[in-house]
Design a protein around this ligand. Structure first.
Ligand SMILES: [Fe+2]
Ligand SMILES: [Fe+2]
Length: 279
């Protein structure tokens, strides 16, 4: 690992995760949190309030007459979805960069959100601890690619062109070109954001086998989302099915449980458009 990479140093100057994201998620994990308190926090942020209302008024909920008040909207959305909105908007809002020809942001966000949502739902199915950490881990597992977009866009273009040309995964192309990978950069950002060690671990090992269920979960969700072509984050390796199946076995997710999960996921994923719009 190139610890002296100037890119790693640049991460220190990137913005930290907005305080509101930390506050809201922290409060939502508390058994004493009330909807009124969460709604006050959300109302203090115009962008977040708009997103909450947009989702509550989307066809997904089809509330008769619609809602125009954040507190009312929250009653329909539920804590899990609120946490997803707050985190998605805070994480992606921290990056002001535009996409480039070889790397568009909309499919990247869709990929990231899908991995987060699938990881969280799978964590619930498998009764693992902290499903909300699984969402954050999944959401930001590839955040290192956004760092490359922000501080080294030409390098990012080269990676994607090489991956496309040789049908490689993004990571394999990065390794061929040398320098810090998105895994190393993402881990550094997670440290800079002072995220819990479990989430840092999940980022650090989302492409490597580690005897840790939370890491295997993110690895599996990433492979599954790539296999199903939900969004795009620069993977051009068409041979991921075997790795996906092997990871599923390691995770202890039966085919029957996966089938039930997929139906539920499909439905939940319909919210993605309303949550991601505006970025
Ligand atoms: Fe990755
Ligand atoms: Fe990914």
């Amino acid at each position: 690992m190139s610890t002296h990479s100037p890119w790693i140093e640049k991460i220190q100057s990137l913005p930290v995760l907005p305080q509101i994201a930390m506050r809201v998620t922290e409060r939502m994990q508390s058994p004493t949190a009330t909807l009124g308190e969460i709604s006050d926090l959300i109302k203090s942020d115009v962008g977040l309030s708009a997103k909450v209302l947009r989702l509550a008024n989307s066809s997904y909920y089809s509330i008769p007459g619609g809602v125009s008040d954040v507190s009312k909207a929250l009653q329909y959305l539920g804590f899990t979805t609120i946490a997803q909105i707050v985190l998605t908007s805070s994480v992606f809002g921290s990056f002001k960069t535009q996409g480039i020809r070889e790397f568009s942001l909309a499919p990247f966000w869709l990929h990231s959100f899908a991995v987060g949502q699938l990881a969280e739902m799978t964590a619930r199915t498998l009764q693992m601890e902290s499903p909300s950490d699984a969402f954050i881990g999944g959401l930001i597992h590839d955040v290192g690619k956004l760092i490359l977009l922000e501080i080294a866009p030409e390098h990012l273009s080269r990676i994607v062109r090489l991956a496309r040309e040789k049908k490689l995964s993004f990571l394999a192309a990065e390794k061929e070109l040398g320098d810090s990978t998105h895994v190393e950069l993402g881990l550094e950002l997670a440290r800079h954001w002072k995220l819990p060690p479990g989430i840092q671990n999940a980022i650090a090992h989302h492409h490597s086998v580690k005897n840790d269920r939370a890491c295997t979960l993110i690895q599996w969700a990433n492979l599954r989302v790539n296999f199903r072509n939900l969004g795009n984050s620069g993977n051009f390796d068409p041979t991921i099915e075997a790795a996906m199946n092997e990871t599923q076995t390691r995770l202890g997710l039966s085919t029957g449980a996966l089938e039930a999960l997929e139906i539920h996921f499909q439905k939940e994923f319909e919210k993605a458009g309303a949550i991601l719009s505006g970025h």
